[in-house]
Design a protein. Structure first.
Length: 483
């Protein structure tokens, strides 16, 4: 790290922005001064409950105002926050927690029915709700924090059947936010919607970016759409995956609200070209990005007011990161690179002799340093001896006016090994003309890459991970093909 310790980001923000809003949840507005005091009180109580430096504490919850308080209280103690996806079944959550040797759990949703029988210890939300401790330092007292200590363990969302446990230092999150804010400015008065869950690295990034800039985090209501949240809370900044952007465009925004928005950061997977074009035409201040859990969120991002053709890339590398492409694979390193994968009490960082981490993602850099994300290596499959990258086909399909999103997955085939099939979401929910789509595809891709079947986008696309689950869709396609 550049430095080993800094003033706690929340403590620093409370000094500078004491009376400004830090957290907004419904009608509740928590100032930076109150935020600091509640975190301090919570840390004192957790310490009394023997939560000490290095202790791993799971949080199983949806987004709520208490969640950021827990996260920063744990980090202040040098403990390790381990957010878990509450949508996972109970046994899956327990398996993940055993994997990282985590025996302390905060579970306000009561997802784990009998924690004590599993040798775990539960802590309730009353550690936050009791009010301020009399012996807690006030917001003007300087609190130093170690950038190198383990701060979070995040479970990857994505490409492997078994989520990996990724440990980040506080410095990883800090430098991720610092580099992001140099590209997308955050300042007092700004409001960033917490549209991503806090068990996802993108959600954590929002907390740190707003702290460093003095903005507020808006925590939406449980059944509140993104468009409703924007209108209700005067949101200025958004972080979205493509599905959320699609829904937002369909919900519609007033011209006045679009003008109020300062940044719409879109990533999470390859974003359909047609969706980017629609958002750009609607006047949204779009930023496209490439990132990954192992790099504490963004690695590359487009700059403010990029022309439409640049928005079809993932932008240029941000400060405190480095990126290279070797044999088509994206390699990364820098101040935001995670500390390693956790198994029990062992942490392993798989990097080469020069410190590069191989992402498993495919891409290319143009002469100006813009990254074009091409897809995942492990999404590739072989059909009749030919390599097929689904994202290439999806990119072409998304150019068709009637198609808003497409996912291509393999199905087993006796003759070719595997063949591609596509799930299609249309703009108006109407059926596509398959023969017409195939005819147009023939002008852009080889015949062996054209899907042999097209299916309607299912109501449930396995999107609990913020992006369509390819394994789920591949299994569904196999069933549909047999009918």
């Amino acid at each position: 790290m550049t430095v080993s310790s800094i003033q706690c980001p929340l403590n620093s923000a409370a000094e500078r922005y004491e009376n400004l809003p830090a957290l907004i949840a419904g009608d509740r507005v928590i100032s930076y001064g109150e935020y600091e005091r509640v975190v301090g009180s919570t840390a004192v109580r957790l310490k009394r409950m023997r939560v000490a430096k290095g202790r791993r504490v799971a949080i199983i919850s949806n987004n709520r105002w208490e969640y950021p308080v827990l996260l920063f209280a744990l980090m202040r103690l040098g403990a390790v926050a381990c957010p878990a996806n509450p949508r996972f079944p109970e046994e899956s959550i327990l398996t993940l927690l055993r994997k990282i040797d985590c025996i302390t759990v905060m579970d306000p949703l009561n997802k784990l029915t009998n924690v004590t029988s599993d040798g775990m210890r539960g802590i309730g939300l009353d550690v936050i709700l009791r009010g301020q401790e009399p012996d807690v330092n006030n917001a003007s007292s300087r609190v130093l924090t170690d950038l190198n200590h383990d701060a979070t363990i995040i479970f990857t969302s994505g490409t492997s059947a078994r989520p990996k446990a990724v440990v980040h230092s506080l410095g990883n999150h800090y430098y991720s936010a610092l580099g992001s804010n140099r590209n997308i400015a955050v300042q007092p008065g700004d409001r960033w919607l917490l549209s991503l869950p806090l068990y996802h690295v993108g959600g954590l990034g929002i907390l740190f970016r707003t702290l460093l800039g003095g903005g507020a985090v808006v925590i939406p209501g449980e059944n509140e759409s993104i468009a409703e949240s924007i209108e209700k809370h005067d949101v200025t900044h958004l972080s979205l995956v493509s599905t959320q952007l699609y829904r937002l465009l369909n919900d519609g925004l007033t011209l006045q609200r679009i003008k109020r928005l300062k940044a719409v950061l879109v990533g999470g997977s390859a974003v359909p070209t047609s969706l980017i074009a629609r958002a750009h035409e609607a006047g949204l201040p779009l930023y496209t990005t490439y990132g990954l859990t192992e790099m504490a969120s963004q690695v590359t991002t487009t700059a403010p007011q990029e022309p439409s053709d640049r928005l079809l890339t993932s932008g240029k590398v941000l400060d405190y990161r480095s990126l290279n492409v070797s044999d088509g694979e994206i390699l990364v390193k820098g101040e935001t690179l995670f500390k390693g994968y956790v198994q029990g009490r062992t942490t392993t960082l798989p990097v080469d002799d020069e410190g590069w981490f191989r992402t498993g993602d495919l891409g290319r850099l143009d002469s100006d340093g813009y990254l074009k994300f091409l897809g995942r290596k492990d999404n590739m499959f072989v059909s009749g001896g030919e390599n097929i990258h689904p994202e290439e086909i999806e990119g072409v399909l998304s150019l068709f006016d009637e198609i808003s999103e497409a996912i291509v997955v393999p199905i087993e085939d006796k003759e070719f090994g595997f063949r591609p099939v596509a799930f299609i979401r249309t703009r108006n929910g109407t059926q596509i003309d398959e023969r017409d789509v195939v005819s147009r595809l023939e002008h852009s891709v080889p015949r062996f890459k054209i899907p042999v079947s097209f299916y309607e986008w299912p109501d449930k696309a396995g999107e609990s991970r913020l992006k369509p689950d390819r394994r789920y869709l591949a299994k569904l396609a196999q069933k549909l093909r047999k009918k």
